[in-house]
Design a protein around this ligand. Sequence first.
Ligand SMILES: [Zn+2]
Length: 341
Amino acid sequence: MGEFFWLLVFTGQFYNRVPLQWCRAVVQAKPEPNDDLIMSDLRIGIDLGGTKTEVILLNGQSQELFRTRIPTVRHDYPATLRDLADLVGQAEKAAGQSQLPVGIGIPGTISRKTGCVKNANATWLNGKPLQQDLSDLLKRSVQVTNDANCLAVSEATDGAGKGYELVFAGILGTGCGAGLAYKGKPIVGPNGVAGEWGHNPLPWTSQEELEARPCYCGKSGCQETFLSGTGLCLSYQMATDQQKKGYEIVELAKKGDLVAQQVLDAYYDQLAKGLAGVINTLDPDVIVLGGGVSNIADIYVQVPLRLSRYVFGGECDTPVVPAIHGDSSGVRGAAWLNPLE
Ligand SMILES: [Zn+2]
């Protein structure tokens, strides 16, 4: 039973593998056996970020057995590969086992066309066949996906989205991203942009309001310019001509500051509009929110109250909940890119 199980799990992965050639056109990859991986319920996850790289070792009961982090060596791809391999080695040493399944979350995506990284804000990864190079280096199939997808996988596996089939996980941080997981597996899409809702314009918003918020992507009125922490601060600045941090705006509102309350009230409405767009498109079973702004407790009261104003048909029962694993979602979700079943 055990071997047959692994054969099923890994046969699926090999259909997506990229050939050894460096960034040449992808040739049809053939399925191949993956006998190198041992039978174990231990999983290694790595969160490769722009400033730090973290590794975790999880067991089948979702318990963390080992974790460490190092500063990311920037603009040095060979050093990045070496560091990733070294972190895997450290986790395996802690496990007392080798050839464990490895998943990695990156601040970008793997292009299906080239097999190389694209859209990474850790720019030295762009154009590099990271997944293939690591698979070669570690002598096993390595799973690589966007860090927002890792949030979705993490929360779907053993977090706030556990038990739901289709999980939409939005990140309300410095920027505004999202990941999608269906039955615990990330949905990536042919362009690798599934979940990039942050760069759709905010719906049900006047042209004037949209044009007042240019976005770095070249367009204006993107949801990110409203719904990210940066967007919330911008809203406050537009209302008062003063700069405040997100938590300061929340504090002011609690103390009865009318403008801060109005800014937050408008924010809840904007977030409801953005999420209603997601519900009208995908109707996920649950919406999980992560990132700094997701710590505002009133979101989970105020946004559900407003969703039915915008969702087609005027009804909305979609749960909107905060992520359970917080900052650990990236690294935990990376580990669960190799699911237990
Ligand atoms: Zn944009």
